[in-house]
Design a binder for this molecule. Sequence first.
Ligand code: MTE
Ligand code: MO
Length: 308
Amino acid sequence: MLLLTSPRIREHEITDRSVYLDRRRFLALGAAGALAMAALPARAAPLAAAKSGFTLAETLTTKEAVTGYNNFIELGNSKEAPAQLGPAYFRPQPWSVSVDGECAKPGTIAFEDLVSPHKLEERIYRMRCVEAWSMVIPWIGIPLADVIKRFEPNSKAKYVEFNTLVDPERLPGQRFSMYDWPYVEALRLDEAMNPLALLAVGLYGEELRPQNGAPIRLVVPWKYGFKSVKSIVRIRFTETAPRTTWMRIAPKEYGFYANVNPEVDHPRWSQGSERRIGEFLRRKTLPFNGYAEQVAGLYSSLDLVANF
Ligand SMILES: Nc1nc2c(c(=O)[nH]1)N[C@H]1C(S)=C(S)[C@@H](COP(=O)(O)O)O[C@H]1N2
Ligand SMILES: [Mo]
């Protein structure tokens, strides 16, 4: 497919070459993996959701691109690896999420019990990766704020941290890489309570596939994509700012806020424009990815200087 081979998008540009994992290396893991890969399920289970007011008058990125061109380093460092390896290795059931830290109702909750009290809604959001490409994705999910309220964060809780599963059997990228797993991301609590912040469990009318962060992942559309942590197993409320994965890997390149900002370039990628996957002409990048009206009030000018 043209978009997957475009020279404008270099693979593994987000991470160091030394940790780059190719498909052949994964296949070397064993015949079981190769067999599983040959028997990829062709589609994901359907998931019904009510339409919502969160929509856009922009063309949706195709389902093929949304589910075939991914960043999920635990499933490999190319854009194609997560869609190839995810369905073969990553079974996201059974699943539970543990909640701890500064809250009145900590505990471990089964995925089904986490989601079922809420009404699923479809929300069409832009997604902007720091690598300067973007998509428009019809997510299905539940408002993060409604989930957070159930755990009753206390007055000390200023941040909320999310961790991805650690399981090198199911996320084979964790077997090779020198990173310190889990993948950690976090929001300030007031950011997390913003109505735009979503916990997604599906997209395009189907349950999330492994490559998109099954069974539950964060979606914060006004921030660069790396904040939208996949396959969440832990939610933790903290008083001080958590150290996130990308801040640990490359502190000079990634900061805590990571709000989409065309004025502040990443050291390796200019952020003034972007390539919408499926389009040829570049688009101008919008402040807060086009969501300034909803979220600019969360930030003082001081926060914005520390954007990256
Ligand atoms: N656990 C985990 N979450 C992750 C990533 C990752 O490598 N590991 N990549 C991030 C990046 S850089 C982006 S752009 C988005 C991509 O989401 P998508 O593949 O569903 O479009 O997921 C984010 N969440
Ligand atoms: Mo990204």
